[in-house]
Design a protein around this ligand. Sequence first.
Ligand code: PBG
Length: 326
Amino acid sequence: MTGFPAARPRRLRRTPAMRRLVAETSLSPSQLVLPMFVAEGAIEPRPITSMPGVVQHSRESLRKAAASAVEAGVGGLMLFGIPESKDAAGSGGVDPDGILNVPIADVVSEVGDATVVMSDLCLDEFSDHGHCGVLADDGSVDNDATLERYAAMALAQAAAGVHVVGPSGMMDGQVGVIREALDAAGRADVAILAYSAKYASAFYAPFREAVASALHGDRRAYQQDPANGREAIREVALDLSEGADMVMVKPALGFLDVLREVASVSDVPVGAYNVSGEYSMIEAAAAAGYLDREAAVLEVLTSIRRAGADIVLTYWAADVADWLSR
Ligand code: PBG
């Protein structure tokens, strides 16, 4: 080191103004998407025990909560429906009067083009077996039969006015089939947010309560093995070739390395889903007084952005929008 002045990186950390000037990563409400649940037959919001602070909305409370989230500045909304009755084919998902399609129309009429309205495109909330696709005789998930259902769901969601559909079932070829169906129906305007690298994760457990999932078993025959990183790049490349407008990695926190690599190869915006278990873990620790809720949430979301996410789906989107505007 002789001849050189001692390195002093702390000079750039001395004052809040200096730290703000040199911050590499920004966090803004416009980058956040709020996932929301709406339950058929609910007359008022129902708390979700495993996700303190998150509710299953009634149609009416969903409209109001959507309007206030948009008012707070969130970038978009992702809707999930919880039907009163489920069947093997997940028919509620394609029913124009079903509990995802009707609320899409409600929310679009409430907030219109002031935000981006997205919907989950998957069968698991609607199927009585809880899997993301229809089952073959041997009980396995039938990829190609499922694709036909997804195409029909996409058309129903588009008819309800959704801006973006989010296929989350990890069936091979799902993005291409949905794109073709939308284009053939004259709906080239509807975008696809592909859940490209979606892992079979223990961190979805609170969500399963949130949507009253009927699943017994697991999704390892279609969602990715957390052991695999390279495979995520292949999944993303396939989705891009099939016409994905945005790609996503899910969950976020255990997969920041995957997110970083996806961000480096994707030429479309990259999303990350900060999932239910990541939410509940911090909420539980904060409730116990083990950590500072707001500081922990902002650190986690900033880290997801730093790893390469342009867009973050998070149950904290509306809270963060409030905190950032103070
Ligand atoms: C599937 C879907 C799931 C989530 C979002 N879309 C559940 C699953 O794949 O088991 C999980 C989201 C979360 O845990 O917050 N429709």
